[in-house]
Design a protein around this ligand. Structure first.
Ligand code: PBG
Length: 325
């Protein structure tokens, strides 16, 4: 049947009906809010390139977590900015490391908030790379040891899930074994499986003080031009025991999200990264776009592409809109 019997506008004339036939609906259950915890007391450093986001010392982080929980968002992803860095990220594995401390306090005050711990060395190394440097580059197998130790330590502190973002080969298997050896077989791994060497991480590196001091991340993060390689990365991570696979960034990689979802039918997370957030804020600050409308459009597109979980600095604002606040 074609025009005039078929008229696709018939389903668009009434807003009740438009809502009924909406195919993709965002839910607060999909959202994860990233937060940055730093050493010190009563610190609330604004991150200039990410309006509304802060480096927070532990007590302020807990206050922020209360706001997150009040919005209906039930999960946070934690990044740490330690007082001291070292050559190989050992500070990330310490019992009283900054994220470990934060997790213990959050769990005591907000036991229902789901805590995902980012696993990586770049915020903890003096050189800002995601692992231990040997012969001028990140050494894969040495770094696996630190990542496994960091994971066990953060789970001991109370993390509900670990999310390795380093892109070393074999880290999912290594972390899975380390967790299982420590009787943490119930703790899931959300792997940053297809993580690209992207310019969209710029603002985050200010936030996390993690910019590489020499070179770049091209020998471990993926080439932005590749998608078959993303499928291989995801395939291997699943074989190694990943429970959730992630595509990052999200907006320029909707095709990757779509393909990962359709090929594997696994829970897929997408990271709506700092640069994607900051571009919207900057354009909105100039009155060039309607911030909330564009925010909802971007997040809906990420879900429509196939993401089940969306990690986004917009999480609280989206939740407030979804809840009519
Ligand atoms: C650490 C890490 C990065 C991000 C998350 N984990 C930065 C990087 O790889 O340089 C970026 C997140 C964002 O831009 O919002 N490896």
């Amino acid at each position: 049947m074609i025009f005039p019997e078929t008229r696709l506008r018939r389903l668009r004339y009434n807003s009740v009906l438009r809502d009924m036939v909406t195919e993709t609906k965002l839910s607060v259950d999909d959202l994860v809010m990233p937060l940055f915890v730093c050493a010190g007391e009563n610190v609330r450093n604004p991150i200039s390139s990410m309006p509304g986001n802060y480096q927070l010392s532990v007590e302020n982080l807990v206050e922020e977590c209360k706001k997150v929980a009040a919005s209906g968002v039930r999960a946070v992803l934690l990044f740490g900015i330690p007082a001291e860095k070292d050559e190989d990220g050992t500070v990330a594995c310490q019992h009283d490391g900054i994220v470990q401390q934060a997790i213990r306090v959050i769990k005591a005050e907000l036991p229902g908030l789901y805590i995902i711990a980012d696993i990586c060395n770049c915020e903890y190394t003096t050189h800002g790379h995601c692992g231990t440097i040997i012969d001028g580059d990140v050494d894969n197998d040495t770094t696996l040891e630190t990542l496994a130790n960091q994971s066990v330590s953060l789970v001991e502190a109370g993390a509900d899930m670990v999310a390795p973002s380093d892109m070393m080969d074999g880290r999912v298997a290594k972390i899975r074994k380390a967790l299982d050896d420590n009787k943490f077989e119930k703790i899931p791994i959300m792997s940053y499986s297809a993580k690209y060497a992207s310019g969209f991480y710029g603002p985050f590196r200010e936030a996390a003080e993690s910019a590489p001091q020499f070179g770049n991340r091209a020998t471990y993060q993926m080439n932005i031009a590749n998608i078959d390689e993303a499928i291989r990365e995801v395939d291997l991570d699943i074989a190694e025991g990943a429970d959730i696979v992630m595509v990052k960034p999200a907006l320029s990689y909707l095709d990757v999200i779509y393909r990962v979802k359709t090929e594997f039918r696994m829970p897929v997370a997408a990271y709506n990264v700092s640069g994607e957030f900051s571009m919207v804020e900057a354009a909105a600050a100039n009155d060039w776009i309607d911030r909330d409308r564009v925010m909802m459009e971007i997040l809906t597109s990420i879900k429509r592409a196939g993401a089940d979980i969306i990690i986004t600095y917009f999480a609280v604002d989206v939740a407030n809109i979804l809840n009519g606040k």
